[in-house]
Design a protein around this ligand. Sequence first.
Ligand code: MOS
Length: 707
Amino acid sequence: MHSTRARVPAAPAPALGVATERIEGRDKVTGTARYAGEHARTPPDCAYAWPVPATVARGRVTAVDTAGALALPGTLAVLTPGTAPRLGESDDPTLAVLQDDAVPHRGWYVALAVAETLEDARAAAQAVRVTYATEPHDVTLTEDHPDAYRPEQAGGRPALRERGDAGGAFTAAPVRVDVTYRVPPLHNHPMEPHAAFARWDGEGDGAHLTVYDSSQGADPVRTALAALFRLPEDRITVVSEHVGGGFGSKGTPRPHVVLAAMAARHTGRPVKLALPRGHLAAVVGHRAPTIQRVRLGAEHDGTLTSLSHEVTTHTSRVKEFVEQAGLPARVMYASPHSLTDHHVVPLDVPTPSWMRAPGEAPGMYALESAMDELAGALGMDPIELRVRNEPATEPDSGLPFSSRGLLACLREGAHRFGWADRDPRPAARREGRWLTGTGVAAATYPVLVSPSTAAATARHDGGYDITVNATDIGTGARTVLAQIAADALGVAVGSVSIGIGSTRLPRAPLAGGSSGTASWGWAVHRACTRLAERLARHTGPLPAEGVTAVADTAEEAGRTPPFARHAFGAHFAEVQVDTGTGEVRVRRLLGVYAAGRILNPRTARSQFIGGMVMGLGMALTEHSTADPAFGGFAERDLASYHVPSNADVPDVDAHWIDEDDPHLNPMGSKGIGEIGIVGTPAAIGNAVHHATGVRFRELPLTPDRVL
Ligand code: MOS
């Protein structure tokens, strides 16, 4: 069990809403917190694996010459599509590694070297000689690609929704904006690259697989491994104790964990496999590029009469994944006529996947930039335009909102930012070579929640043990769960120990979709409420084993309420553009959020500003290039894939409107992990337009484009 005792001063209940310090903060800064690739008990017979990526963009492996690799000192084995163990059926074809000779994209794994040391494994991998039969490849997304098709679903929702006659109403509208925005492929690049340690104990029916994996959810990893290795789940243990970020790239099981388990089975040795960062671009997902056409038709008073958002994106030939960028347009603004649509083009590219606010981040960049363009065409303040089009119910579903704080966020943000003093004329503020501008954009993210289980034990010594297989990917999950438990029990946070990050603990969903706190917390709240009731009835000292209550929220969390539930936010940016170099400097970023009840202001603020910094990267510096000549992505390290550094982020601030929404969960919280990225790129892009008078419609806004 991975229990971390809350090292915080005993706080008086209630514990929720308090800026409690991260429980594991000291462990992290002192290096005692162990990540998957470095867990404390690496056995002396541990072997190391290093995968071999395909160097062609499309084709077949015709031969793998392992002789040179096997001749090197320390090499234990080289697994190839011909020799690797056969895996069971999986619903994720990206996990079917080394199962056939097809090469669907550059970087797809075609062999695996296993050796005595990390260095031996790397050398062996480099000595493997692979021969291919290549085929012509295509990695270039275009809006009129002949292979484009409309998928059934985008992000679990219908790909196409239409109300009224969006095309006719657009043509008839007195004021029109018809614009196309482009977002390039983006990569998650968490600080901790993906790593796994795998060990098999016992034989035959007694075999047990133990895996330490860098993952956003140990239970989904176990489920996948059970299918692939044809084992009942109770013979697999997956531990994800500390995780150094994921941003969606660790939200589903990835090939490295399958390869580690395969190598351990094949060699009979415990095996560690840590992916070099250079591999990540091809094997752990990316945000698919989008080409987004937005058409807005309005009356002269700003009332929208037609809203269309049409998205074209790519997927791989391995698996369909659709970046659901058209979904937020179904939530944001009232319009009697509306169309949201998705098309996807299968290309010879790595398989895209979730990246922080999949759909919302690129979709709101396009929609909120187009709204800014419409405000310009109308000669109207962009905040006022959004006020005019505030819907009474969710436009797509007609459902009432459980709470909707968008206008409150815009007003509070305008006040804090000093929006009223803004001169609306573009390119009007020049000091020397610098042009200054400000911009605003709205943000939204859905309220998601999944069933979870949890257990709460009152110990004989007066403390409490809470267990739930939650994952802390840097968010502070332990801390907020301890607060939820303390609150429900009516005790100090310091008396609560939290155990998370292992399939030995009560089953729980992954850390994803900004749903972790709501999902795990609901189960923890329920278990603790039950335990408190039980303790209230208990007389005399507790038994030696303590008193335990368990909870399962399958019913409550699985129910679909008759409300549209979303968090909202408003982003404001001030930028300066260097007219000599085209460099864009962000001077100020402000986010104001309406996300239910904020359970821990300290860790929540960190999530919000972290999302905003990632949005700044999306706006100004981050992009990946699908290489038309060689396939794969050209940027494969942090020297070429530019995430923002501290020097890029001078002044970032986050605030929130407290919402009292009874239709969420017992804590009253909405998710906060993703909304920070959502409005930031459009706010920055709109500020660049305000500064320069030029509208750029393709991210990132690098000097070569802006100059
Ligand atoms: Mo997030 S992209 O749901 O991990």
